[in-house]
Structures are given as structure tokens and as C-alpha cells.
Design a protein around this ligand. Structure first.
Ligand code: ATP
Length: 351
């Protein structure tokens, strides 16, 4: 039932805290060598899943497997797993290289060898010149890299990262996202990354699991999560999306299923422009205009009812004004039927 390419496997795992179902009957697999993100709002259960993998939590029900071995009852130190925490947890009284070499010291690796391996790892995270400094003498981004090097030097088969970029400013975060992804490719270790930042998850991951209320709503590649959200929750949480309810959908598409539609998939037709056979055409009136720099977002009231957001590039279209009549068009296959919109009756349009 388990294949050897699976690094982590959740098999009907639940973790309850009293009445709180932090993780609720979750089954999924993380492949060996992949960059896997667990994405979701606060309280959706992703950190608890990470702690279950690390062994800081035990399942209330179900089984957790690491490389095919059931570790549900295995303590953290017996798992081939390391964690990088958001606050880095560096030892302030130790030098950078001693921090990195800490795990090797615990495993009684001789000092010269420890230093060699720590310096090699520091080179990999571009901190070769900082081995002798103390953590207090480093910037936030540099400390982050020390924490990474300290985890990676142990060569775990799985590295767990809990919002590791959360403390950094936006520019540094973006730079570190690229570095992390490159580093993961270089070392070939399975990365399991927890974040509530959808941009971060989409930018770095091979696959993303979207969590909601202790369950996984969808697991897929970033582009599939974005382009083909399986549920109203995913469509609303990952990027901006129009959620068109079943009644309006019937009028627009001739089918009685609610659907999600990305604002940038909608075109405002120019006068006389024909609608391709694979697309629908809808009349509406511009209700609101937000200039976003490279793009403009229009709120358009639809003639059949409801309203929808449209994002247009500013390069190739003339700006529209509130009150202006427009014709909208989108390809039928860009409207993604939603599985669970009945559970979100208020989900008319969300952005
Ligand atoms: P965040 O992004 O805020 O860290 P999260 O998605 O990681 O959120 P979890 O930390 O996994 O969410 O928490 C899921 C739910 O379980 C929350 O309602 C939380 O309050 C609850 N929970 C987590 N740990 C415990 C605990 N030790 N005791 C009681 N409840 C807990």
C-alpha cells in the first residue's frame, strides 16, 4: 500500500484537543524530494500536521508513516526529520559555526569534522564569511540562513519549516523564497513548508495542500490550485476569484452549477468584437474602478444579476468609467464548477 517514493504519509490522521478537531481525518502523501507546502488560514490545522510529522504531537486516530514506516508512536529524536522554527531558536552564546555544528556535536562527530561540515553548509547558505560571529551580530535574513544550515547539516530526509520567513520584511522574504527553492533543489531533501501566505506557497512549491477547518480541501501543483480550484474555499483563499452562484450560473452558462472565475480571465470586449465559439458573452455596467498600476480592476454589475470583478492590463485597453455599459466575455473552460458552494450560501462574489 505504501510506495517507496513517499516521504510522509497521513493515513486517516486526526488530532483532537478536547472538543477542538485541529486535524480531522486527513489522508495525503508527500513525495520524496518534493517541496510541499501546507497552506491555510490561522487555525486550519497546518502547524499541528507539521508537529505530527516532527513527533511533537501524536495522532488521536490514524497512522503517520515516514518512508513507509509507521512512526505514530516514535519519539521526535528517532525520526529522520528536522524543524526550522519561525523564531530560529539560535543559541546566543555560541558562534555561528558552533550553532550549525550543534547537531553534529550531539552525535559526537569529532570537532575538526564538525567544523568542516558546518563551514561547508554555511558556504551553501552564503554565510561562509560569518562563521565566527554571534547570532546577535547578524541580520534577520542571515539568522534565518543559520537556522537553515543548522537543520540541513544533519542531513535529515525531511525538513520541516514553520513559517520560516514570517519575521522578515517583504523584499527579503521574496529573495529568501528564491534561495530556499534553489537550496532545496541542490540538497534534494523533502521540504515541508507551513505558511498562510498564498503567494509564498505558489512561488516555491512543487505541490500545495490547502487546509481549512482541520481538513485538506485540495492538493495539487500551484498552477492547478490557482487555475482549477476544487472548492469555493480554495478559490477564495488562493488569489482573487469571482464566485458565481448557481442561479446566476444557470443564466450565464446554461448550467445549474456555481463556478469560480478568475478576474483576469474576463475580457471587456471592444465595440463590434465577435465572441469566439468557446466563450460566453454577458452585458453589464461598470460599477467601480480601482487603478492597480499595471492593471485596473473593474467591478461590473451583470445584466442577468450579480456582480463580478474584472482585471485588465493597462497596456492594451482604454480605461472605462463608472456607469459605462460593457460586454464581458470569458472562455467556458475558465469557469470552474465548485463542489461545495452549498456550504457557502453567501458566496456570491469574493475578491
Ligand atoms: P496558525 O497559522 O495560526 O499557526 P494553524 O493552521 O497552524 O494556524 P494549528 O496551530 O494547527 O493551526 O491549530 C489548529 C487548531 O487546533 C486551532 O483551533 C488551535 O487553537 C487548536 N490547537 C492547536 N494546538 C492546541 C493545543 N495544544 N491545545 C488546544 N488546542 C490546540
Amino acid at each position: 500500500m505504501t510506495d517507496s517514493s513517499s516521504a510522509v504519509r497521513f493515513d486517516h490522521v486526526s488530532r483532537h484537543f478536547g472538543a477542538v478537531r485541529a486535524v480531522n481525518d486527513v489522508s495525503f502523501e508527500i513525495r520524496d524530494g518534493e517541496f510541499f507546502s501546507m497552506l491555510g488560514p490561522s487555525g486550519s490545522g497546518k502547524t499541528t500536521c507539521l508537529r505530527l510529522i516532527a513527533g511533537f504531537e501524536q495522532p488521536t486516530a490514524g497512522h503517520l508513516l515516514l518512508h513507509g514506516r509507521d512512526v505514530s508512536a516514535t519519539p521526535p529524536y528517532d525520526r529522520d526529520v528536522n524543524t526550522v522554527f519561525q523564531d530560529y531558536a539560535l543559541f546566543p552564546h555560541m558562534s555561528v559555526w558552533e550553532n550549525v555544528a550543534y547537531g553534529l556535536m550531539i552525535r559526537r562527530v569529532p570537532k575538526a569534522e564538525r567544523r568542516r561540515q558546518a563551514e561547508a553548509m554555511l558556504g551553501m547558505v552564503k554565510l561562509g564569511d560569518f562563521a565566527g560571529r554571534r547570532p546577535a551580530q547578524l541580520s534577520g535574513g542571515q539568522r534565518q540562513r543559520v537556522a537553515l544550515a543548522r537543520a540541513l547539516v544533519n542531513r535529515p530526509s525531511v525538513l520541516l519549516l514553520d513559517e520560516p520567513l514570517g519575521a522578515l520584511d517583504l523584499k527579503l522574504r521574496e529573495a529568501m523564497q528564491e534561495e530556499l527553492k534553489a537550496l532545496q533543489r541542490q540538497v534534494g531533501i523533502t521540504f515541508v513548508y507551513v505558511t498562510h501566505d498564498q503567494g509564498e506557497a505558489l512561488a516555491m512549491s512543487d505541490r500545495v495542500a490547502v487546509f481549512n477547518l482541520g481538513r485538506v480541501e485540495q492538493i495539487d501543483t500551484p498552477s492547478a490550485i490557482y487555475d482549477r480550484p476544487a472548492t469555493a474555499f480554495v478559490a477564495g483563499f488562493v488569489g482573487a476569484s469571482n464566485m458565481v452562484d448557481a442561479a446566476t450560473a444557470g443564466k450565464l452558462m446554461g448550467q445549474d452549477r456555481a463556478f469560480a472565475l478568475r478576474p483576469e480571465r474576463i475580457r471587456i470586449l471592444v465595440d463590434g468584437q465577435a465572441v469566439p465559439a468557446d466563450s460566453v458573452e454577458v452585458a453589464g455596467t461598470v460599477d467601480g474602478v480601482s487603478f492597480l498600476g499595471a492593471t485596473t480592476r473593474y467591478r461590473v454589475a451583470l445584466a442577468p444579476g450579480g456582480a463580478i470583478d474584472v482585471i485588465e492590463s493597462n497596456l492594451d485597453t482604454a480605461p472605462k468609467s463608472p456607469g459605462e455599459a460593457v460586454r464581458l466575455s470569458w472562455r467556458r473552460d475558465h469557469a470552474h464548477p465548485l463542489a461545495d458552494v452549498a456550504a457557502h450560501p453567501q458566496a456570491d462574489v469574493a475578491a
